[in-house]
Design a protein around this ligand. Structure first.
Ligand SMILES: *Cc1c(COP(=O)(O)O)cnc(C)c1O
Length: 405
């Protein structure tokens, strides 16, 4: 699943190019950098690899979301609809620009339920933010239709689905803007890094300035740049970009290994009639970083997870329902609006509202879901052994239930 599994000479070469000149910053120092522009090169590679008109590199996926939200003009008074199952960064970014995160239910795609989005729309809604979780995609046709009907911005959090597609288009390039994360456990990594992609010139120009203190980057003298608006520092360094440049060249290899291993593991689990799988709106576009599967009840799923743990083979299997980072059930800090700095009273009230909101439809999905991370370095024997052990555990638990019925 993560790019760090394939790390080697290519990454070292690009990092050494930067070390040779010592210019670790992505802007300026035109003479001493001797033509080495790793961040610029990586941005060009992102545009050509994913078919985006523009890409702005930043320091993380969280920074990419914050930058994209700002560039899209989302802030005070605006509601952003997002799924109950995502990484905490999605709502952190919304809060960081002063907007209101509105969590709604996911369905068996493990992404936004379009009907739940429709119901959540108010006069304050400004943006719908699907999160393409665990390598696969949201129902983009349905969400695009809703956004058009209600004149809403569509921002894709594609941090976990680099290389996935929907009807031929790369995830992250379909909405008004899309984001990637290149943190250490993502499909390709820069150690830390992220990108904002957009086909809109205005979103790109704003992202470029916002992530570097509002600099307009129009001249050759950084000190003489104008600042058309206030920004922050979310810059990526040349060292990080160098690693990403090596990794993006390996993306096709990563994706083809993931697909192969995913297909083989899925075939093994599919031999059990009680096991079902996540619905994929466009199966051809699954980036296959995870295989997400369901059992008939939460109780059986918990029993299987406990047995995987007891047998020491839980590693790489994620039961998000009990996880502190990815599902609303355990986001106590959010539900209690615990922040270090004061939130506006409106935002605080809207955030605390999530503590009493009904997420039973999401619970019914997430309580039965396990996601298995697909390894890039598995040998055929290791894959077979992993699959056989998982099947044996699931069969064992199911047999116990059949007897007790
Ligand atoms: C990883 C991730 C992010 C944030 O990325 P960082 O680079 O770790 O800040 C945002 N959203 C999702 C869905 C992610 O998985």
């Amino acid at each position: 699943m993560p790019g760090y599994e394939f790390f080697g000479a290519e990454e070292r070469k690009h990092v050494n190019d930067v070390m040779e000149t010592g210019i670790l910053m992505r802007y300026g120092f035109d003479g001493p950098r001797k033509g080495i522009w790793k961040a610029k090169e990586l941005e060009a590679a992102i545009c050509s690899t994913f078919g985006a008109k523009h890409a702005q590199l930043v320091s993380s996926g969280t920074a990419a979301l914050t930058t994209a939200l700002s560039a899209l003009g989302i802030g005070y008074g605006d509601e952003v609809i997002m799924p109950s199952f995502t990484f905490v960064a999605s709502f952190e970014a919304v809060l960081s620009v002063g907007a209101i995160p509105v969590m709604v239910d996911v369905d068996d795609t493990l992404t936004l339920n379009p009907e739940a989005v429709r119901i959540a729309i108010t006069s304050k809604t400004k943006c719908v933010m699907p999160v393409h979780m665990c390598g696969s995609m949201a129902d983009m046709d349905a969400l695009q239709t809703i956004c058009k009907e209600h004149n809403l911005i569509l921002l894709e959090d594609a941090c976990q689905s680099i290389g996935g597609t929907y009807k031929g288009k790369k995830l992250g390039t379909i909405g008004d803007a899309g984001t990637f994360s290149f943190d250490f456990v993502k499909t390709i990594t820069c150690a830390e890094g992220g990108a904002v992609m957009s086909n809109r010139d205005d979103v790109y120009i704003s992202s470029d300035g916002y992530s570097d203190h509002g600099h307009d980057h129009l001249g050759v003298d950084r000190g003489a740049d104008l600042h058309p608006f206030i920004g922050y520092n979310f810059r990526i360094s040349e060292l990080h970009a160098a690693i990403g440049l090596a990794q993006i060249q390996k993306l096709d290899t990563f994706l083809s290994i993931q697909k192969k291993n995913h297909t083989a593991l899925k075939a093994m689990l599919a031999s059990i009639p009680e096991v079902s799988f996540r619905r994929i709106p466009d199966p051809a576009g699954d980036s296959c970083t995870f295989l997400s599967w369901f059992l008939p009840t939460e109780e059986m799923t918990r029993a299987v997870v406990a047995e995987l743990k007891a047998q020491g083979i839980l590693a790489g299997n994620f039961y998000w329902f009990d996880n502190n980072w990815h599902y609303i059930r355990k986001w106590d800090h959010l539900k209690n609006a615990i922040t270090l700095n004061a939130l506006s009273p409106e935002v605080k009230a809207a955030v605390i509202h999530h503590a009493t909101k009904d997420f039973s439809a999401s619970d019914a999905i997430m309580g039965r879901c396990v996601s298995t991370a697909i390894g890039l370095t598995w040998t055929e024997e290791q894959l077979k052994e992993k699959g056989e052990k998982m099947v044996a555990v699931i069969e064992k638990i199911l047999a116990e239930y059949r007897v007790s019925v």
